[in-house]
Design a binder for this molecule. Structure first.
Ligand code: MN
Length: 327
């Protein structure tokens, strides 16, 4: 399929490059990954051209800004990364649009940086790498907490989507992975961490206050399409009232306030389950470059067994509508 839009695709600047050197073995692999992360205009565009991708919405690698304990430094790093991305987008505005990195360590500064990115730099949304460490390497702060309500109000006012991207849990908070490092990262821990964060947002009542807010999650929904029914329907005969502040069933928010992407999860069976649960109008193509290959994503997606109408929505139309992109 030509004209695809891809929106979970990453780059690094020199200061965040080392954040991506944790999952990969050996100097040859790291050399390749490093080049892929630092390149914006050459290999990236060649991959897009070769695989029918008209537009990419690049975002900073992970955990990057979210792992900077000092809020002031987080603010500065986010600003530098966003300015770098804006310059790169300006070279090819026909092929790129920016997603902002945000210093969530300081909710007011994050709201101001998002507004600056949208109004001054022309960005079309934000991508944030899970919880933020604030003032202490052992701190993990999640965005359902009350101090983030003004940030979400600004995001809703700006009318841009917020991509909740994975990071690993802190070792201290996740003893279940002790001695099993192969479960970290994209294998398992990323999805578990991000799914719980998404459920916290749903349960917090955030979407009762801001029904127009739209959150994007990757990797075919981080397991949620498979699990949302059980979240709302466990022990149904007991008819117990929910114990969370939100007014509705959590599945209602999943259906109205979430989009998912195909990043790093190129499996037709999984896509069809997601289509049955969240609907073809709320799924968008992505690859997760450079951690996954664009051709692996595109070759699978272009041939997978769905209708051509759904392929157009998932490959292009939904992203055009959600991010307000020009045809
Ligand atoms: Mn990613």
């Amino acid at each position: 399929m030509q004209g695809k839009i891809a929106l979970e695709e990453h780059f690094a600047i020199e200061e965040t490059l080392a954040d991506s050197d944790v999952f990969f073995g050996g100097p040859a692999l790291w050399d390749e990954l490093k080049h892929r992360l630092l390149d914006m205009q050459e290999r990236r565009l060649r991959e897009m051209d070769a695989n029918g991708i008209e537009m990419m919405l690049p975002s900073l690698n992970a955990p990057a800004v979210q792992a900077i304990h000092d809020p002031k430094q987080a603010v500065e790093l986010a600003r530098r990364a966003n300015d770098f991305l804006a310059d790169e987008v300006a070279k090819r505005p026909d092929r790129f649009r920016g997603l902002a990195a945000l210093p969530m360590q300081d909710p007011d500064a994050a709201a101001r940086e998002l507004a600056r990115c949208v109004r001054d730099l022309g960005f079309v949304g934000a991508l944030v790498n899970g919880f933020s460490q604030i003032g202490d390497p052992d701190n993990a702060t999640y965005y359902d907490l009350p101090q983030y309500r003004p940030f979400w109000a600004e995001t809703a006012d700006l009318g841009v989507p917020f991509y909740l991207h994975p990071r690993n849990p802190l070792a201290k908070h996740a003893p279940i992975y002790d001695g099993h490092p192969w479960l970290l990262g994209p294998t398992w821990a990323f999805g578990q961490e991000t799914a719980v964060h998404a459920l916290r947002l749903m349960a917090s009542g955030l979407f009762d206050v801001h029904p127009s807010l739209q959150i994007v999650i990757g990797h075919m929904g981080e397991g949620l399409p498979y699990s949302m029914w059980r979240v709302d329907n466990r022990n149904a005969w007991m008819k117990l009232a929910p114990k969370y502040p939100a007014k509705r069933q959590l599945g209602d928010y999943f259906h109205e306030n979430f989009y998912i992407t195909t990043s790093g999860n190129f499996r037709t069976q999984t896509l069809i389950d997601a289509m049955l649960e969240i609907g073809a109008d709320r799924i968008m193509f992505s690859s997760d470059w450079p951690f996954e290959n664009i051709d692996h994503a595109a070759n699978w997606f272009d041939d997978c067994s769905i209708s051509e109408a759904d392929r157009l929505k998932i490959g292009r139309g939904n992203a055009m509508r959600l991010f307000g992109l020009q045809a």
